[in-house]
Design a protein around this ligand. Sequence first.
Ligand code: ZN
Length: 323
Amino acid sequence: MFAYEDGLLLTRPRLWVDVRRRQRRAFVSHAHADHMARHEMAFCTTETAHLYRTRLGPRPVREMRYGSAIELAGVRLTALPAGHCLGSAMLLAEQDGRSLLYTGDFKLGPSLTAAPAQPVKADWLVMESTFGRPEYRLPPRSEVVEQLLHTVHDALDAGRTPVVHAYALGKSQEVTKILTANGVPVLQHPHAWRISRVYEACGCELGSGAADVAEYHRAPLAGHAVVTLPRSMKNHRLPGLGPVVSIAVTGWAAAPGAAKRLGVDVALPLSDHADYTELIRLVELVEPQVVYCTHGPAGFVDRLRSLGHDARPLAPEPQGRLF
Ligand SMILES: [Zn+2]
């Protein structure tokens, strides 16, 4: 989220790192809980608005369309696809010939359920850097998908239920679509199912009908995979599962020992965030004068500096006047 300081509003835009604090007006980059608050007025894409209201109830929202600028007190604001989950957006803010790009959570690689990221050149870049360590260079997605399908089919052949642990918004839908596209029907945890209804209402089909994707009820079905919440969430358990093969899908699986750490049989590095390589690639694409990094390790700022960029951590306090 990118928030404007209240009161001085828009003549003095400032950056805030506390993306969960209620603001008078705020850009909500996407509908993950760590990027939302009950703002007096939220600016976001139509898809994020739908998800935001599903999660937080009826809220005042000004909807934005990808690539279609709005004017607000002399600042031109454009939402651009971020490739992270349905509706996820970067925000391009332009005023007096100067520009700032805020990424929110993003990914440059392909997705079946999110519009591909479209970063543009900007004078200032504010970027998330979650996987800003070299060990988080993820393998090619095609390899990870192959591993996932292999694991799921092996489980089914052995008479076990493949249970994929994934966040209810974004990863659950991506995994579901990967599986159904490869002939494996899916039963979803009720939380993921509720979010999936919004995806489908927004035109993002996760399968070719009720035979492909359904809500989990009391027991697994033969030949089906189950998608549930991450094991770290207390309500991930589903009744009646019987013998399972548990699978975590997360970028954190790129680090050694991930399966044990995550408490699953198999951990696969399928991410909806940019990996280390993509983070650096983004800076090359945007060519900013200054890069502010947030949500990531301090070492990533040092790495960007070593590559010749003016990189700074985004401080917990407002950064001062930008335009
Ligand atoms: Zn996110």
